[in-house]
Design a protein around this ligand. Structure first.
Ligand SMILES: [Zn+2]
Length: 291
């Protein structure tokens, strides 16, 4: 399941490939599950729009769209009459297309001749002649459009200050691992990076947030950002950024120090890595390195 670093890598790869391009037309499949806005609304919002940039918010991919001066057909702006007059507050002027990859979602930029993969739910034809496709076998992915200012809630972990980070968690009675996964607090930190961050900070997943010291919170704040940044750097160094049709199927991930290493020796002290179940998710830790 793509976590924040993978989504960041995909968003950067898409930005490099499609920013500045214009969506000419959109095909949407008949499966309703991935659509969080009606198909007609998604198509109408995308068609004729220029993709200003692609970025990440939490685990969402955000396409910022703007009206083009020459809409495809019968548009409101006549030829040779750029929409300079359009107020930035006009509802359509800053529409956004939001994509959540879910468990198995992929976005691919390719030539139209590339065979359409099974489970393709959306194809956007671009003015450059290429296509942007959304493929998702398990359909936990989500597609929606917004009129701008999309806010997935929570605080961005790569931007949060230490003070703010501490304030988010201090005094909470829940285990710190559960608090880290709470998307209303920090957005985008999933199971793998929560385990890896807690290992680096030397804090056990089940430890109540309220018992963690200010100094340990400082370590955890640094660990979360370090783990996410390392993973982004690894993803960014992959050839395809996962958005080319012939790109890797799986994500290249940080070498896990504890995640999914139950029963194996801790890479730091040699003790056996343990697993506990917390809020129905597996948590992995070293009982010697983490307190
Ligand atoms: Zn250890």
């Amino acid at each position: 399941m793509p976590e924040l670093p993978e989504v960041e890598t995909v968003a950067r790869g898409l930005d490099r490939r499609v920013a500045g391009d214009t969506v000419e037309s959109v095909w949407i499949g008949s499966r309703k599950q991935p659509l969080k806005s009606p198909a007609g609304v998604i198509a109408a919002t995308l068609e004729g729009k220029r993709i200003v940039r692609v970025s990440r918010a939490g685990k969402h991919i955000v396409f910022d769209l703007e009206e083009t001066a020459h809409p495809k057909k019968g548009g409101r702006a006549a030829r040779g009459e750029p929409r300079r007059a359009a107020s930035p507050h006009q509802s359509d002027a800053h529409a956004q297309w939001i994509v959540h990859l879910g468990m198995t979602g992929r976005m691919v930029v390719c030539e139209p001749a590339v065979e359409i993969a099974k489970h393709t739910h959306l194809i956007a034809k671009l003015a450059s002649g290429r296509e942007l496709r959304f493929i998702d076998p398990r359909m936990f992915g989500k597609l929606s459009v917004h009129s701008g200012g999309f806010d997935p809630g929570g605080v961005e972990p790569l931007e949060v200050s230490e003070e703010r980070f501490v304030a988010l968690f201090r005094g909470r009675k829940t285990p710190i691992k559960s608090a880290l996964l709470n998307q209303k607090l920090l957005r985008g930190v999933g199971n793998i990076y929560a385990d890896e961050s807690l290992f680096r900070a030397g804090i056990r997943p089940r430890r109540r947030a309220a018992t963690i010291t200010r100094e340990q919170f400082g370590k955890l704040h640094r660990a979360v950002r370090e783990v996410l940044r390392e993973a982004i750097a690894l993803g960014g160094s992959s050839v395809s950024d996962y958005v080319d049709a012939d790109g890797e199927e799986g994500f290249f991930q940080l070498q896990h120090r504890v995640y999914a290493r139950e029963g194996e020796p801790c890479l730091v002290c040699g003790s056996t890595v343990r697993r506990v179940v917390l809020s129905n998710r597996s948590s992995h830790y070293c009982s010697k390195c983490q307190k």
